[in-house]
Design a protein. Structure first.
Length: 411
């Protein structure tokens, strides 16, 4: 690795001190790794944020006057420092995907900015994009172009349907991928409309898959000195996420359908009515079902041949649920949670986001990460040697680090 590059990667930008409540005891396994992120919206920025959470220096490239699409995906909005003594509004959507990054504005229709983008990319260990297939090559940012004098560079592209497919040019978003790849068909009540999952699950899983790919490539590079090009598509991720439903289709000769909260293969494993609403019970094996019966003081259920094992319980799930709810509706959710947890039966309320955060704080899971400018978000779920990042670099203002990054690259 060239010395000039290592100096750039290891240097601590002055703005990092300005933006962060510094935590000196937080492990940063990707310290010294630089990520040049040309992606926008969700899946790609999620990769950059994940790598940034792990200590990488992430440089985010944004379009003049527009920036990342998610900057204006509001409401809701939050007030931020505009860098000139005033305030401006930023969509909380953008805030959720862009912590631990620096921002530079480049016009990739301008020859001078394209040339700088190429120089910048060559200072990176990982280059991310979610351009339509073929576009990166037209401006010299594809793997083949960059690897000419940086054979160790790792590039990662997120596409809608795959660069080598017959539909490579079709655009894609999470909603379309959920529909086209199968998850939406499986989501919703049996007699209702197909529904998208309530979070952008395909985008997030695509980002996770891309992160796995680049970390694998980093590991290989340590041994070979050679980089790789990683590609992950929304469609491939959506289809692969169907897990047991895909094998049921391929090997079980059945077409899975919507089951609402009910599991297709396990019972009892869904939501149930109680005296004051609903709760979740997941008695996924015989030991847990026995514990459920004890908590409900219903030994007769365990002795009933219709409910003697998972196969019979699933075959008679409507009758089982009627028996369970006849007892469950006699007490409140909190009463049942206490009784079921005493028997180690997995269960819980159906929390709102604020309720989930409050429960995490009460139980000391330390769910919230903080920064300046009033930035608060759910922290990275990754713990390393028991440590978590509780303070972070806030999401950057658009182009906030343009001068800083240009000076690092060109002096």
């Amino acid at each position: 690795m060239a010395n000039w590059k290592r100096t750039i990667c290891m240097g601590t930008p002055s703005s990092l001190i300005d933006q962060t409540i510094v935590t000196t005891d937080t492990p940063k396994p990707l310290a010294g790794i630089r990520v040049i992120d040309f992606s926008r919206v969700l899946a790609g920025p999620f990769v950059g944020q994940t790598l940034g959470d792990l200590g990488a220096d992430v440089v985010k490239i944004e379009r003049p006057g527009l920036g990342d699409d998610t900057r204006i995906w509001g409401p809701p909005w939050r007030d931020i420092d505009d860098g000139e003594g005033g305030t401006e509004q930023e969509a909380t959507y953008y805030s959720s995907l862009n912590r631990n990054k620096r921002s530079i504005v480049l016009d990739l229709k301008d020859p001078g900015d394209i040339a700088f983008a190429q120089r910048l990319a060559r200072t990176g260990d990982i280059v991310l994009d979610n351009y339509k297939p073929g576009f990166a090559a037209t401006i010299g940012l594809d793997h083949a172009s960059l690897a000419t004098d940086r054979p160790d560079i790792i590039t990662a592209s997120i596409t809608a349907y795959g660069a080598e497919t017959d539909v490579a040019d079709l655009p894609g978003y999470d909603l379309v991928a959920q529909a086209m790849g199968g998850p939406m068909h499986l989501t919703g009540e049996p007699d209702g409309r197909a529904l998208r999952v309530g979070v952008p699950i395909v985008d997030m899983m695509t980002g996770m898959n891309a992160t796995i790919g680049v970390l694998a490539a980093l590991h290989e590079r340590n041994a070979t000195g050679i980089g790789r090009h990683i590609e992950v598509s929304l469609f491939d991720t959506a289809l692969s996420s169907t897990l047991n439903h895909q094998t049921a289709t391929l090997m079980g000769e059945s077409e899975p359908a919507r089951n609402g909260n009910r599991h297709a293969s396990i019972a009892p494993y869904e939501s149930y009515r109680v005296a004051d609403g609903e709760m979740i019970i997941a008695a996924a094996n015989q030991k847990l079902f026995a514990g459920l019966c004890r908590a409900l003081q219903r030994p007769d259920l365990l002795e009933n041949s219709r409910f003697s094992d998972n196969t019979t319980r699933r075959a008679n799930v409507l009758e089982l649920n009627a028996e369970l709810e006849a007892t469950l509706t006699t007490r409140t959710r909190d009463e049942w949670v206490t009784r079921l947890r005493a028997e180690d039966v997995p269960c819980g309320p159906i929390n709102s986001i604020s309720e989930a955060i409050a429960w995490g704080e009460e139980m000391n899971t330390q769910p919230v990460t903080t920064g300046d400018d009033g930035y608060r978000a759910i922290r990275s779920p990754i713990r390393i040697d028991g440590a978590i990042r509780t303070t972070v670099r806030r999401p950057p203002r658009m182009g906030e680090h343009s001068v800083e990054v240009r000076n690092e690259v060109d002096g």
